[in-house]
Design a protein around this ligand. Structure first.
Ligand code: CUA
Length: 332
C-alpha cells in the first residue's frame, strides 16, 4: 500500500481495457460501456455539426466592407426547426430509456444473489460473510484477501459505514455505491472473469481517502468453496495470531508495526513505554490505556498526532479487544 502499488494498480486498470475503460469483468460492464459510447458519439457528432456550421456561417456571412448592410434572409423555417428539435429529442429519449433501464437493473439484485457485507471505515474496507468468514482490505499483489467471490454468481453487497460517507467502487465491474453511516446501501454484480480487480473509495473521506484501496478476488466456484472452508474461526487461533489477523483487517491502514509513522503512531515496542499526550500529560502504556485507545481514541491523544481515529466501541467483542492487546504487546 505505497505509491508504487498505486501506480501498478493504475497501469493495471487499463490492461485489457480500452482508452476509456478498464477490462469488462461483470455481466453489467458491456452494457454500461455501450451506453457510454452511444452518448459519447452522439455528442461528438453533434459537436462537429454545430461548431462546423458556426464556423462556416461566420466566414460566409462575415462583414467584408465598412458600412455594408445585412443581406435579406428568411426569418423563419418551420421545417428546419422541426428537424433540429425532433432529431436530438429522439436521441435523448434513447439515452434516457437505455440509461434508466440499466440503472433500474443495477438497483435490483436478483432474488437468489449471494450476500456479502461490506464495511467502510476511515480508512479501510472489510468484508463479512454469513458463513462467519471475515476478510480485510487486501490490495493487488499485496497483503490481505479483500472481497472474495465466486465467478458467475450474482453477488449482492450490503454496504455500511462506521463514520463518514465513503463510496465502494469497482471499475472493472462498473459499479459504485455510497457507504452511508446509519443505514445500509446495496449494490450487486455478477463477475464474468476469474482474477483480481481493484476497489477504490470514490467519496472524499479525509486524509487517507486516496489510499482507501482494496481488491476483489474472483475465484471459480470450487476454489471459492475451498477458500470458505479454510476460513477458520479466529477463536480457534492462538490469541497472538488472532490479534495479528484482526490488526491487519482493522488497524493496518493507519498503524504500522515497523516503527514508522502513518496516520497514527507505530504500535511496535509500545507496551510499557511512556507517551506524551496533547496537553502535556504523560501516560504509561498498559492494557487499560490500549483498551481505551481502541474503544475511545479521542480520550488521550498522543502528542504530534491528529484526533482522527474512529472509535471501535461497539464494534469489537471483549475477546477481540483482548487479542489485539496481546498482539500489540507481543511486537517489540
Ligand atoms: Cu473512504 Cu474516501
Amino acid at each position: 500500500m505505497n505509491l508504487s502499488a498505486l501506480l501498478r494498480a493504475a497501469a493495471w486498470l487499463q490492461q485489457d481495457g480500452d482508452y476509456f475503460f478498464p477490462v469488462e469483468a461483470s455481466t453489467n460492464a458491456g452494457e454500461v460501456d455501450r451506453i457510454y459510447y452511444f452518448i459519447f458519439w452522439v455528442s461528438a457528432v453533434s459537436f462537429a455539426l454545430i461548431v462546423g456550421a458556426t464556423i462556416y456561417f461566420a466566414i460566409k456571412y462575415r462583414r467584408t466592407k465598412v458600412g455594408m448592410n445585412p443581406e435579406d434572409s428568411p426569418h423563419h423555417s418551420t421545417s428546419i426547426e422541426i428537424v433540429w428539435s425532433v432529431i436530438p429529442t429522439l436521441f435523448m429519449i434513447v439515452m434516457f430509456k437505455w440509461g434508466f433501464d440499466d440503472y433500474v437493473d443495477r438497483r435490483t439484485p436478483p432474488g437468489d444473489a449471494y450476500q456479502v457485507n461490506v464495511h467502510a471505515q476511515k480508512w479501510s474496507w472489510a468484508y463479512s460473510y454469513d458463513e462467519g468468514a471475515e476478510t480485510g482490505m487486501g490490495w493487488l499483489g499485496g497483503e490481505g484477501e479483500g472481497l472474495v467471490v465466486p465467478v458467475g454468481v450474482p453477488i449482492k453487497l450490503r454496504i455500511d459505514s462506521a463514520d463518514v460517507l465513503h463510496s465502494f467502487s469497482v471499475p472493472a465491474f462498473r459499479i459504485k455505491m455510497d457507504a452511508v453511516p446509519g443505514r445500509y446501501t446495496y449494490a450487486w454484480f455478477e463477475a464474468t472473469k476469474i482474477g483480481e480487480y481493484p476497489v477504490f473509495c470514490t467519496e472524499y473521506c479525509g486524509t487517507r481517502h486516496s489510499r482507501m484501496l482494496s481488491k476483489v478476488q474472483v475465484l471459480s466456484q470450487e476454489d471459492f468453496d475451498a477458500w470458505m472452508k479454510k476460513q477458520g474461526n479466529l477463536a480457534d487461533l492462538p490469541p497472538v495470531e488472532a490479534g495479528q489477523k484482526l490488526f491487519q483487517r482493522k488497524c493496518a491502514s493507519c498503524h504500522n508495526m515497523d516503527g514508522s509513522k502513518l496516520i497514527g503512531p507505530a504500535l511496535n515496542g509500545l507496551y510499557g513505554k511512556e507517551e506524551s499526550l496533547v496537553g502535556g500529560a504523560k501516560v504509561t502504556v498498559d492494557d487499560n490505556y490500549l483498551r481505551e485507545s481502541i474503544l475511545e481514541p479521542s480520550a488521550k491523544i498522543v502528542e504530534g498526532y491528529p484526533d482522527a481515529m474512529t472509535p471501535f466501541a461497539g464494534q469489537l467483542s471483549e475477546d477481540e479487544i483482548s487479542w489485539l492487546i496481546t498482539y500489540i504487546k507481543s511486537v517489540k
